[in-house]
Design a protein around this ligand. Structure first.
Ligand code: BTN
Length: 252
């Protein structure tokens, strides 16, 4: 099936939208666009990435024509310490768009993975670059299988949809305005509004038994909300309330 990006671009008026057949990583493309001074919201996507980047130096599996892989340049005028909240705002937007486009129930795993039936279907990355933010969203849409190293932990919308393909254009048409809306909530109402929406959409934020990998240590306990900066609070089994600064949270 051809990907009809023109239909999506028509709804994205006034901003740059580029869609490539193949690239190394849209993060690198968007960083170059940011250096060229493109306006906030400009977008670059690709049908395939040959060196898709994940968090913590991982790669992002980006086979051709099956997923959505794109980056945006954002100029939001937010303090640098609020960058993680941008990631959460994007997570809320993606979760909302997936549910609207497919009816599938999704969960947000703190801080920024989107889960379907306990497996990861979406990854989100936000980097600071020359005073701008470069975002990256990778959605496993129509993959029917995954390489062995992620076969047990990854899923796609199609797999969760009983094998029925999901049109990528329809999803992107829901997603782009949802992203704009969530970023407006963040810049207009502030980070508390995003933290509230994230908490409502995530089963991980409160009352969930989890194991947290912290380097060579493992913490066990029950999640107990987020602090004002979006860090997860863990009530450890020994009674200590610990702030979790980075991911590695999984159900017990
Ligand atoms: C994660 O590890 O969870 C984040 C994955 C982010 C993947 C997306 S795909 C589009 C953009 N380009 C990249 O190279 N990475 C991000």
């Amino acid at each position: 099936m051809m990907f009809d990006i023109e239909a999506v671009a028509a709804s994205f008026s006034g901003r740059l939208m580029l869609w490539l057949d193949s690239t190394d990583s849209t993060m690198l493309d968007a960083a170059r666009l940011a250096e060229g001074g493109v306006p906030s919201g400009s977008l670059i996507g690709a049908e395939e990435q040959t060196a898709g980047q994940g968090r913590h130096g991982h790669s992002w599996h980006s086979p051709t024509g099956t997923g959505l892989y794109f980056s945006q340049v954002l100029r939001l005028n937010l303090p640098a310490h609020e960058t993680p909240i941008v990631t959460m705002a994007l997570g809320v937007a993606v979760a909302e768009a997936i549910t609207q486009a497919t009816g599938l129930a999704v969960d947000l795993r703190w801080p920024n993975d989107i889960m379907l039936n306990g497996r990861k279907a979406v990854g989100i990355l936000v980097q600071q670059h020359n005073g701008a933010l470069i975002t990256g969203i990778g959605i496993n849409v129509n993959q029917e299988s995954f390489p062995p190293d992620i076969g047990e932990i990854a899923t796609s919308l199609r797999i969760a949809n009983g094998g029925r393909p999901v049109p990528r254009e329809a999803l992107l048409l829901q997603l782009l305005p949802a992203i704009d809306r969530m970023l407006e909530v963040l810049t207009g109402q502030g980070k508390d509004a995003i933290l509230r929406l994230f908490s409502q959409a995530s089963s991980y934020v409160s009352g969930r038994r989890v194991v947290v990998e912290q380097g060579d240590r493992q913490l066990r306990g029950t999640t107990d909300g987020m602090d004002e900066n979006g860090f997860l609070m863990l009530r450890e089994d020994n009674g200590t309330r610990t702030r979790i600064l980075a991911g590695g949270v999984r159900p017990e």
